[in-house]
Ligand binder design. Structure first.
Ligand SMILES: Cc1cc2nc3c(=O)[nH]c(=O)nc-3n(C[C@H](O)[C@H](O)[C@H](O)COP(=O)(O)OP(=O)(O)OC[C@H]3O[C@@H](n4cnc5c(N)ncnc54)[C@H](O)[C@@H]3O)c2cc1C
Length: 613
């Protein structure tokens, strides 16, 4: 009963997944639910201010990688939201889906199989990895259930390609989704689209419909009426919190799952509750005899909690002085993340202000902020950069070079033979033969991002970032000690398949400097390419990649939903192997990285999780 310290479901982490799950589970008034969230409510709802949370310890966990040997030994920043709403309370708000094949492979499967029987063993992905029901149909239906889509104005659709058909979107869900409506400098976006088209990249007018190939504008989780961030805390949570069967506690950091001393009759271990710290005091909350502990603490902290509680690779646990209760070697492994590097340009004079001016011109900032407060207009009312391009390697790497990179890859992939990840790596490898599944994302931002450039407030800048959507190298995340307040060791193993992955990123940078920037009409707007210089050698490009690589913030896989023999941590009902009532429902359960931004998929998975738990 509510008021006591016993609940049917204890949800650990009130982030993107946790709050969706809490809302749906608590629709059943006979079930009691508590959410324990380490952070507090933040009112960071002005869209363009999203990135200011990075490095603010009150709302950023401020994780970092261990030194990355293939990235000049750099320690790379990994921001994550420490707030009610989680990283969705502070993130970039793109609200996008991956290609349908990435979830299940059903689209055109039969047709393509007939055509390519010899080359395509099997199309991906999650469902075919052993997870019935986790497919495009479910993800798409659940994303639609989450969203309330408002199309762009006809002029924004016509001038800036903010187009997608209503049939690809939901219109009755809690999260408002619409397009940006600030497009300055106005000539840039049409020029960028035209140049992309000239290079064989089509404009995609339906990128939420299962095919992401092409250049398009990303919809964002912005409320079309008041132009603020739309997320759990200002949408469905206020009403859900009024339910007598739902308790949401902030400032409560869970430190351990309390496992019962004896296994249940199935031989599995059962959790009796969790321990958490609030106001510097340790408290306990218990779970009912049929209840669940559901971990939604995010990709870096869900495995940490499992390990602190005695669930994980016995060798790692023993090394840290923890008695293993469930030997589960997949915990903390299979970590995958997107990574990126970028090239910045100075544009010709007279194009007008871009959003980068907000950081260097205090008068412009004050004017535009006032405009936001009074009229909900201007750059603050939008995510400043939503022009995305999703392309396969075939679009930008010539056939000979691609063949040699693939030969190198195949040689490196031999290391996975006999490993638990062999099947998913084979599936991932097959993607490279299917040009309809993009491998690289380009993000065009109307601002400078090159740290070596001193920005001149009278000038206009542009950046094109290249994001690698599906690295082959696998990383890991494990506890650094038994101190629950210490951040874990995070090793994403960036560029771990070094020759191939560095080579791919170098080719992406070359495409930006030597093709996109030199093709009309965009080339007419560019006066200077900063780093690297156009026409750079392979060696110079690879060095550039290795010295500038950053996370692109979409980690997943550290508690993968996979068969146990394939390195799995949870089954398709999200139950942790060897346990009776511990589940995982956040981004860490995604077994194979998706080629897009992860928030809407995490929301969708959490809705589906409520059905299978
Ligand atoms: C800078 C940045 C920009 C991004 N931009 C986009 C974007 O534009 N579009 C997009 O689709 N995706 C974006 N993402 C990714 C997206 O935000 C994540 O995929 C999503 O939030 C993951 O959801 P989650 O529930 O797994 O984790 P989170 O949303 O991070 O939630 C985890 C929650 O658990 C809490 N927690 C952790 N440990 C404990 C503990 N021990 N006890 C209690 N609470 C705990 C955390 O405080 C947090 O609230 C971005 C990410 C970053 C970092």
């Amino acid at each position: 009963a509510i008021g006591s310290t016993t609940f049917d479901h204890i949800i650990v982490g009130g982030g993107a997944a946790g709050l969706v799950l809490a809302e749906k589970l608590s629709r059943n008034s006979s079930v009691s639910v508590i959410v324990l969230e380490a952070g507090f409510t933040t009112d960071d709802v002005v869209p363009a201010l999203f990135s200011t949370f990075i490095g603010n310890p009150t709302i950023d966990w401020e994780f970092v990688t261990v030194p990355q040997p293939h990235v000049s030994n750099n320690v790379i920043s990994l921001p994550r939201g420490k707030a009610l709403g989680g990283t969705a309370a502070v993130n970039g708000m793109y609200f996008v889906r991956a290609a349908s094949k990435e979830y299940d492979g059903s689209l055109n499967y039969t047709f393509r199989k007939k055509l390519h029987r010899l080359t395509f063993a099997q199309f991906p992905a999650w469902e075919k990895l052993g997870n019935p029901g986790w497919n495009w149909k479910t993800v798409d239906a659940n994303i639609k259930a989450m969203e309330h889509f408002t199309p762009a104005s006809p002029s924004d659709a016509a001038n800036f390609h903010a187009t997608d058909s209503l049939q690809n979107h939901g219109t009755n869900g809690p999260i408002s989704v619409t397009y940006s409506n600030y497009w300055e400098p106005a000539p840039l976006i049409p020029a960028y689209f035209n140049t992309s088209n000239a290079l064989g990249i089509p404009t995609n007018t339906h990128a939420s419909g299962g095919s992401t190939f092409g250049v398009w504008q990303s919809p964002c989780a912005i409320d079309a009426k008041n132009r603020s961030r739309s997320y759990a805390v200002n949408t469905f949570l206020p009403a859900a919190e009024k339910r007598p069967n739902l308790v949401v506690m902030t400032g409560a950091q869970v430190t351990k799952i309390n496992l019962l001393p004896e296994a249940v009759s199935s031989g599995n271990i059962r959790a009796g509750g969790v321990q958490y710290i609030i106001n510097n005091a340790t408290q306990n909350v218990n779970v009912t005899a049929t209840g669940n502990i559901i971990l939604t603490a995010g990709t870096y902290q869900t495995p940490k909690l499992l390990e602190l509680s005695g669930i994980g690779n016995s060798t790692i646990l023993k090394k840290n002085g923890i008695t293993p209760r469930v030997d589960l070697p997949g915990v903390g492994e299979n970590l995958q993340d997107h990574y990126a590097t970028s090239v910045s340009f100075q544009l010709k004079d007279g194009l007008g202000p871009e959003v980068g001016q907000l950081t260097v011109n205090s008068t412009f900032f004050a004017e535009q902020f006032q405009l936001y407060l009074t009229k909900r207009e201007g750059p603050f009312a939008s995510v400043p950069a939503t022009t995305l391009t999703m392309i396969p390697f075939q679009t930008f790497i010539n056939a000979t070079r691609l063949a040699s990179l693939k030969a190198s890859l195949d040689n490196s992939l031999k290391a996975f033979k006999g490993s638990p990840f062999e099947k998913q790596i084979a599936i991932q490898r097959n993607f490279l033969e299917d040009p309809s599944v993009p491998q690289i994302e380009l993000v065009m931002l109307p601002l400078n991002q090159d740290p070596s450039v001193t920005v001149d407030p009278s000038k206009t800048y542009m950046t094109i970032a290249a994001v690698y959507l599906r690295p082959f190298a696998r990383g890991n995340v494990h506890i650094a000690s038994t101190d629950p307040l210490q951040n874990p060791f995070i090793d994403p193993n960036y560029l771990g398949i070094t020759e191939f992955e560095t080579g791919i990123m170098a080719e992406a940078v070359r495409f930006i400097t030597d093709k996109i920037a030199t093709t009309k009409p965009l080339s007419d707007l560019i006066v200077k390419t900063f780093n690297p210089a156009p026409g750079s050698s392979d060696a110079a490009l690879q060095k550039f990649v290795q010295s500038t690589l950053q996370s692109s913030w979409h980690p997943c896989g550290s508690a993968s939903m996979l068969p146990k023999a394939q390195g799995g941590v949870v089954d398709p009902n999200l139950k942790v192997y060897g346990t009776d009532n511990i589940r995982v429902a956040d981004a860490s359960m995604i077994p194979l990285e998706i080629g897009t931004h992860t928030m809407s998929t995490v929301y969708a998975n959490a809705l589906h999780a409520a059905d299978v738990i």
